[in-house]
Design a protein around this ligand. Structure first.
Ligand code: IMP
Length: 175
């Protein structure tokens, strides 16, 4: 078994999700944004975030993949597993990301969306790991900056395990 160490408790995460939601609500008001969640990692964050957003909004999911099984390092090649169904043209889009690491997935997502001519695109990322960035990406709503360690829980996995943990943990593979 890999070794897990608690980095952020569910309560600490909840406080920050609430405050991100307040900021988003103040900025979008009645613009009815399209929230685009990047699967699979976003599903816990997205579910908690939207339940704090007392305003009109729509949701879509983009399924991308850049990590192979049993890997803790992005292979750098992003593929669309399932594209967006809703039209994006003229919409105010808010990308909801679990974690921005190298930035390659977010860069890919932003290019994918820009080609579809939205009215605006902003990014909300709960976790930001800037130490490993390979490409510059904007983050308009940022939850936490995390250290350069592999993290799991709150939607994030290691080999598809640990997504259900309510807190955020660092993971060390047993050598
Ligand atoms: P990036 O393209 O390197 O920025 O990585 C983006 C995706 O990789 C995220 O949406 C996550 O699904 C996954 N990822 C990056 N870092 C971690 C981590 O520390 N733990 C689990 N998944 C991660």
């Amino acid at each position: 078994m890999p070794r897990l160490e608690l980095l952020l408790s569910p309560q600490e995460i909840k406080q920050v999700v609430d405050s991100l939601a307040r900021e988003i609500k103040d900025n979008y008001g009645d613009k009815n944004p399209l929230l685009v969640g990047v699967l699979k990692g976003c599903f816990v964050f997205m579910a908690d975030l939207v339940r704090c957003l007392d305003m009109p909004l729509e949701m879509e999911f983009l399924s991308l993949s850049s990590y192979g099984q049993r890997r803790t390092v992005s292979c750098g090649k992003v593929e669309v597993m399932r594209g967006l169904r809703a039209p994006v043209k003229g919409r105010h889009v808010l990308v909801v990301e679990d974690i921005v690491d190298t930035g390659l997935t977010l860069r890919f997502t932003l290019n994918y969306l820009e080609r579809r001519k939205p009215a605006s695109v902003k990014v909300c990322a709960l976790f930001d790991k800037p130490a490993r960035r390979q490409t510059e990406v904007p983050i308009d709503y940022r939850g936490f900056i995390v250290p350069d360690v592999f993290v799991v829980g709150y939607g994030l996995d290691y080999d598809e395990q640990f997504r259900q943990l309510p807190g955020l943990y660092s993971l060390q593979e047993k050598s």
